[in-house]
Design a binder for this molecule. Structure first.
Ligand code: SAM
Length: 411
């Protein structure tokens, strides 16, 4: 019996409950104790699964992660609930009622589709992964809406489904078959894959599969070159909590459209095809656009809302004279602007009694930790230093997060 089958037995489920909150440091002692009454294989499967569930909480939340089943690759590669739910909602708004989820993994996206009321054919060729996806559909009460099929997606007929969703394997891993297929250079030693043709299945296959359905979405790495997005598709970059997580190539929406979507929200900035913003002198405020805005090449659209310009033609920091509300960038009030010089920074921080220094950088090779070590911040105050380039020259901009007017309640 494999690990999953063992864990699905009544004894396995009971043991899983028992070891749920086991801390890594206690695992050995717990395992020794449990082996007195249970087979060693089951004990190690339960402890391994408990560890995976703990890791999955960040993506799936405690309630779902505590009930679902995972494989090590499955936890890593799955879509977090926030993004999967957002994408499912977009499909629903397109009128999609059934989707072929090609490369379903442990079911991160399939679950969100089903919860949006969409019927799902979930396909994965890895037997263990497919079995885990099936168990997850059952345990979450979504078995009626999710049919899991163990198959190679290139052999599956998706005719009859309103939409196709493909989330190809993008890492060389231990399971999932990806490592068997790619070139050694593309897959490295188990890391991320950068060449979309080295995905499993390759992006070109996914694009052709997408074009056969009325609607489609392909999840790709956020570093995908814009040129790789076909002209008949929309491209969307998604961040969650400020971290860029993925890009999605959509078919059946608006060809050529580019959007940046920020979660939670969602807040969506649409591309207008604006030229690069003008470079202008550093003003009172500096805006750091969200990573999704930068990856989507929509800094000009964000700058337009702020009536701002760039501090340098190659740097994605926007500067402006006014503090304006924006959902697409973080604002800082700049107090000092200096050419890059560690001694001067140290002197300035000492004078201001800055003990908490946040170092941000764009276009600078300086290591934040090394800088912090050198300037030895001390004192009760906080500041942010931006190591960057201003009009071509290495520069330091010092300031602090700008408080929106509504939040500056005076005592
Ligand atoms: C990135 S994961 C999918 C994650 C999933 N969307 C989720 O949220 O849980 C990619 C999956 O594709 C599967 N896969 C790769 N090539 C495949 C193929 N040709 N046919 C079927 N499955 C494939 C792998 O086994 C892996 O589980």
């Amino acid at each position: 019996m494999n690990d999953l089958a063992l864990l699905l037995t009544p004894e396995g489920r009971a043991l899983l409950d028992e070891v749920r909150d086991t801390a890594p440091a206690d695992e050995l002692a717990v395992a020794t104790r449990l082996r007195r009454d249970h087979p060693a294989e089951l004990v190690s499967a339960a402890l391994g699964q408990a560890r995976l569930r703990q890791r999955a909480v960040a993506k799936f939340g405690a309630a779902d992660a505590g009930r679902m089943f995972f494989t090590p690759n499955g936890v890593e590669q799955s879509t977090r609930t926030s993004i999967a739910a957002y994408r499912a909602e977009r499909f629903r708004n397109l009128g999609v009622t059934s989707v072929a989820d090609l490369c379903c993994g442990i079911g991160g996206d399939a679950i969100a589709f089903a919860r949006a009321g969409i019927r799902v054919l979930a396909v994965d060729r890895d037997p263990v992964t497919a079995a885990v996806a099936r168990a997850n559909a059952e345990v979450l009460g979504l078995g009626e809406l999710i049919e899991v099929r163990e198959a190679d997606v290139t052999q599956v007929d998706t005719g009859g489904y309103d939409a196709v969703f493909v989330d190809p394997a993008r890492r060389g891993g231990r399971s999932g078959g990806a490592a068997r297929r790619g070139s050694p250079q593309a897959f490295g030693t188990g890391g991320r894959i950068f060449d979309p043709e080295a995905y499993s299945p390759p992006l070109s296959w996914a694009i052709e599969a997408a074009r056969t359905a009325p609607s489609a979405a392909l999840k790709v790495a956020p570093g995908i070159p814009h040129e790789a997005v076909p002209a008949d598709a929309e491209a969307e970059w998604i961040s969650d909590g400020g971290d860029v997580k993925e890009a999605v190539v959509w078919f059946g929406t608006e060809p050529g459209l580019v959007r940046a979507t920020l979660l939670p929200g969602p807040r969506t900035l649409l591309g207008k095809g604006l030229p690069d913003p003008q470079v202008r002198p550093v003003g009172r405020y500096l805006y750091e656009p969200d990573g999704a805005v930068i990856r989507a090449h929509l800094v000009a659209e964000a700058a337009e809302q702020l009536d701002g310009g760039l501090i340098d033609p190659t740097i994605a920091y926007v500067t402006a004279d006014d503090l304006r509300p924006t959902g697409y960038a973080s604002a800082y009030e700049i107090t000092d602007r200096l050419p890059f010089n560690v001694k001067k920074l140290k002197a300035l921080l000492r004078e201001r009694e800055v003990g908490t220094l946040t170092v941000k950088k764009r276009g600078s090779a300086v290591e934040p930790e090394e800088l912090r070590r050198k300037v030895k911040p001390q004192g009760p105050n906080a500041a942010t230093v931006f190591l960057t380039r201003v009009a071509g020259a290495p520069a330091m901009l010092i300031g602090a997060p700008a408080t929106p007017p509504a939040a500056t309640a005076q005592p």
